[in-house]
Ligand binder design. Structure first.
Ligand code: SF4
Ligand code: SF4
Length: 95
C-alpha cells in the first residue's frame, strides 16, 4: 500500500463500496474507550476515519471501511470486533 495512497490523498476516491444494511464493525464494550484508552488510536490509524469520538463513546461509520483489516490489531484493549461484510457487499478497488 506504500505507493498506493499519497500524503493527503483520500483513499475513498479509489473505491466503490456496496453498503451492507448492518455494520460489520462493533465496539465490544464502551467502558475501555471511556475509562482506559487515553489516546483513542482508532480515531487516527484507520485510513478512512471510520471511528470518531463523540458524546463519550466511539462512533463507527462502517460505510467508510475499506477493509484494510487494521482495526482489531490497533486497539490496545482488543475492543473492536471486525469481520468482512456479508457476501456481495463491501469495497471494490478500481485501480
Ligand atoms: S482504540 Fe479501542 S479502546 Fe481505544 S477508543 Fe478505540 S475502540 Fe476504544
Ligand atoms: S478495517 Fe481498516 S478501514 Fe476498516 S475500519 Fe478497520 S482500520 Fe478502518
Amino acid at each position: 500500500m506504500g505507493n498506493f495512497i499519497k500524503d493527503n490523498d483520500n483513499p475513498l476516491k479509489y473505491t466503490t463500496i456496496k453498503i451492507a444494511k448492518q455494520s460489520h464493525i462493533h465496539i465490544k464494550e464502551k467502558d475501555p474507550c471511556l475509562s482506559n484508552c487515553e489516546n483513542k488510536p482508532c480515531t487516527y490509524y484507520c485510513p478512512t476515519r471510520v471511528f470518531s469520538w463523540s458524546n463519550k463513546e466511539i462512533k463507527v461509520d462502517y460505510k467508510r471501511c475499506i477493509e484494510c483489516g487494521a482495526c482489531p490489531w490497533g486497539c490496545p484493549y482488543d475492543n473492536i470486533k471486525w469481520s468482512f461484510p456479508p457476501g456481495g457487499y463491501g469495497v471494490n478497488y478500481e485501480i
